[in-house]
Write a protein that binds this ligand. Structure first.
Ligand code: ZN
Length: 427
């Protein structure tokens, strides 16, 4: 094998700048909005066709039977693998190809991928088609510079990360696509900023709480029982007890931004009484149901049973204190926190490459929200996984989302150098 030449590899990536930009734009112009999970087949094909032309073996895997999968909206995934000339480990770059809906407030067309001031604007530029494109360019440049690399390089484009990853990385992990011996090291190019190694994420518990009442004429509320007032008591107790308690919990995980170093709870939605959406005046009714969705993010120091008990204890004490307080609590979604160690090979090599290529100081971080690392860790049982990619975390899911072209180029260099070192030096 030829000796490693950092400058030559970086120059090769610089030369691919236009290719990187155009690939990002092509990906963004396919509106893979999820939900419902549109156009996955087209986006997976774009990636698969490109890599097939570069001697990758390409597999398309539809997550048949997964949540959300249908003939109208198939959960299509693509995995491309380049097998080197000699045995060695496998470095895998995994990107989700879905994007969230654009929402209101855009000055740019969300799916036109316009370029302005060195940035590409559009839904998914930052989260995370820019990172996907950077990983493709990194791998292509690496293979051109070092055609005799041992081991294997894989790139995947997977479905449904924004809705839990069940039709994407979870499905594939259950089938061995994210486990040794097939894969040894995984880099997920989520937008965490180009100088940051993201070691993992906090945990999640979503639940729906419903309080029950009794319907009656609104002029005689004493004949019914108001479910909204019962929910008001719940919110009052959350304000008095739960929110102050969460403020006292701090993690040693390096979560960014700082506010997310504490436990958090968001009240996602609240619905009580007669549904809106009609013309004219509402009927006078005492609401017999009030529902609230809560989104609790928890720390590696907490466990999920305790997290749930904080809420159920409040509900139980309300049930003793308030006459006729009746409720149901339904679990919707849960994810345990996940964090790999900074001395694991992939974290170590990406950190070293950042030190060589990026001028900003290296940071280790943990994501406030979850991403597909949870499935690779829990189902694939592969610990050597991090997120690393271009793009500014705070722009994800925002209007006028963009990615800075220079950041994509820089992070492609980091990915290429780290992959080279993982394939040639560490096992
Ligand atoms: Zn993402």
């Amino acid at each position: 094998m030829t000796d490693f030449n950092l400058d030559a590899l970086c120059r090769r990536i610089d030369d691919k700048r236009d290719d990187l930009v155009e690939l990002t734009r092509d990906l963004v112009r396919i509106p893979t909005t999820n939900p419902p999970g549109d156009r996955y087949v087209d986006c997976a094909a774009l990636l698969g066709e490109r890599l097939k032309n570069r001697a990758f073996s390409v597999e398309y895997i539809r997550a048949e039977g997964a949540i959300g999968d249908s003939d109208r909206y198939p959960r299509q995934n693509v995995i491309a693998r380049h097998q080197g000339s000699a045995a060695g480990p496998c470095v895998h770059f995994n990107s989700h190809i879905d994007v969230v809906e654009p929402g209101a407030g855009w000055q740019f067309d969300p799916f036109a991928a316009e370029i302005k001031d060195g940035r590409i604007y559009g839904r998914g530029t930052c989260d995370m088609k820019g990172g996907l494109a950077a990983s493709v360019i990194a791998v292509e440049a690496l293979l051109e510079e070092y055609p005799d690399l041992p081991g294997a390089l894989e790139i995947s484009g997977t479905a449904d990360e924004e809705s839990g990853g069940f039709g994407g990385v979870a499905y594939l992990s259950e089938r061995g696509y994210f486990s040794p011996p097939r894969v040894d090291h995984v880099i997920i190019p989520e937008p965490l900023n180009k100088n940051r190694v993201c070691l993992g994420h906090r945990g999640v518990w979503w639940a729906e709480l419903e309080t029950h009442g009794q319907i009656a004429h609104g002029s005689m509320p004493f004949l019914g029982d108001c479910a909204v007032r019962h929910m008001g008591a719940v919110i009052g107790a959350f304000e008095a007890q739960l929110f102050p308690l969460l403020k006292t919990k701090h993690t040693s995980m390096p979560v960014v931004p700082d506010g997310a170093k504490e436990s958090t709870l968001n009240i996602n939605s609240l619905h009580g009484g007669l549904a809106e959406g009609f013309d004219g005046l509402p009927a006078p009714l005492v609401p017999d149901s009030c529902r609230m969705i809560i989104d609790r993010r928890f720390l590696i120091e907490e466990n999920l049973d305790e997290v749930k008990a904080e809420v159920t204890d409040i509900l139980k004490s309300l049930a003793t204190a308030r006459p006729d307080f009746r409720y149901e609590l339904r679990d919707l979604f849960e994810v345990h926190p996940s964090m790999t160690e900074p001395d694991q090979p992939v974290a170590r090599e990406v950190a070293a490459a950042i030190g060589q290529i990026i001028s900003e100081p290296l940071e280790y971080v943990v994501s406030p929200g979850t991403y597909d690392q949870k499935h690779i860790d829990r189902i694939g049982r592969l610990r050597d996984c991090i997120a690393y990619g271009p793009g500014i975390l705070d722009l994800a899911h925002q209007p006028d989302e963009y990615v800075v072209i220079d950041d994509m180029v820089d992070s492609a260099k980091v990915m290429a150098v780290a992959a080279y070192r993982l394939l040639t030096t560490s096992r």
